[in-house]
Design a protein around this ligand. Structure first.
Ligand code: SAM
Length: 220
């Protein structure tokens, strides 16, 4: 199978036609092999217009949603960025093709270790992976120019806002079940933040100290 052609088709039909036009995001989506980030046996579905299971009750997000989040994060070549919710590693891999350095944190050890292996195999050496609760951010690597949270929080965790650089952007789904909104929080001053609503989304819950508790009946 010609993966370059399949990726180009995905970019054209799922991204460009829906308004994604950030050149660095498009270029990253054209080059990162999504088929290497899906569960074994799912390679043929890697470029479907949908999220896919990656085990542990988690998913690799739909390509369009990943592209939208990265575009709205306004990633630039010299940036230092954080992803909360590494999952398969796909979004962090895309970010690593655009920015200088990516930090990526995941609460499931198996997923974090698997993602780290993938980055090594693919030669993506500017990504550091940690197992832990990303609702508290990654204080010793902060501040960040961009933070992308790939799981839905009850509200915007204050630690993540505090770990933004001046002008930094935080992209985060907020809310429960089918009522989540994707938000962008921009740090406009030492204690000043601007918030934009980017539309409705559906993500798995962000589980942690400054997020949902594991037992929270999120979908009720
Ligand atoms: N960005 C991922 C990708 O490209 O495959 C998809 C992420 S998946 C939708 C959300 C991930 O967030 C899951 O792997 C989940 O275990 C993780 N997660 C949930 N709460 C977390 C927390 N507090 N800290 C770190 N990771 C968390």
């Amino acid at each position: 199978m010609d993966m370059t052609r399949i990726r180009d088709h995905m970019v054209e039909h799922q991204l460009t036609r829906r308004g994604i036009d950030d050149r660095s995001v498009i270029e990253a989506m054209r080059t990162v092999p999504r088929e290497k980030f899906v569960a074994p046996g799912f390679e043929d579905f890697a470029y479907e217009d949908a999220p896919l299971s990656i085990g542990d009750g988690q998913t690799i997000s739909q390509p369009f949603i990943v592209a939208l989040m990265l575009e709205k994060a306004g990633l630039k070549a010299g940036d230092k960025a954080l992803e909360v919710g590494t999952g398969s590693g796909y979004a962090s891999a895309l970010m690593s093709r655009i920015v200088r350095q990516v930090y990526s944190i995941e609460r499931h050890e198996r997923l974090a270790l698997q993602a780290r292996d993938r980055f090594g195999t693919l030669g993506y050496h500017n990504i550091e992976v940690r197992v832990g609760d990303g609702s508290k951010g990654w204080p010793d690597a902060a501040p960040f120019d961009a933070i992308v949270v790939s799981a839905a929080a009850p509200e915007v965790p204050s630690a993540l806002k505090e770990q933004l650089n001046l002008g930094g952007r935080l992209i985060i789904p907020v809310g429960r079940g089918q009522e989540q909104r994707l938000k962008r929080v921009t740090r406009t001053g030492p204690a000043a933040f601007e918030e934009d609503d980017l539309g409705g989304v559906v993500f798995v819950p962000l589980i942690g100290e400054d997020a949902w508790t594991a037992a929270h009946p999120m979908y009720t």
